[in-house]
Ligand binder design. Structure first.
Ligand code: SF4
Length: 98
């Protein structure tokens, strides 16, 4: 049986290794900006244009778990370590994480 091809079913779903914007950086250290506001903004900008940002956020919140803010490094899914911890804590309190 042949399936009719439409733009919706010919487009490949986003994939980490193929589409992650940070994977294509010539300098991956951009994603580890320390506390410099302009460097943090530059890293956030990389994430803002990333097609796998939602999946990245879901993955990092789960994988980092209850680790405190200081033990979370770099900008991931557009968020600092402390911001990711706040997201984790909020979801946990709402019962939206196991
Ligand atoms: S959202 Fe940011 S950290 Fe996550 S894969 Fe994309 S560029 Fe990398």
């Amino acid at each position: 049986m042949r399936t009719r091809q439409t733009p919706a079913n010919t487009r490949k779903p986003p994939s980490w290794d193929r589409d992650a914007a940070c994977a294509r950086l010539t300098d991956p250290e951009i994603m580890f900006p320390g506390n410099e506001p302009q460097a943090i903004a530059a890293a956030r900008e990389v994430c803002a244009g990333c097609p796998v940002q939602r999946a990245c956020l879901r993955n990092v919140i789960t994988s980092e778990g209850a680790r405190r803010g200081g033990a979370r490094h770099g900008i991931v899914a557009g968020l600092t370590g402390h911001e990711r911890w706040l997201v984790y804590r909020t979801l946990k309190r709402r019962g939206q994480l196991r």
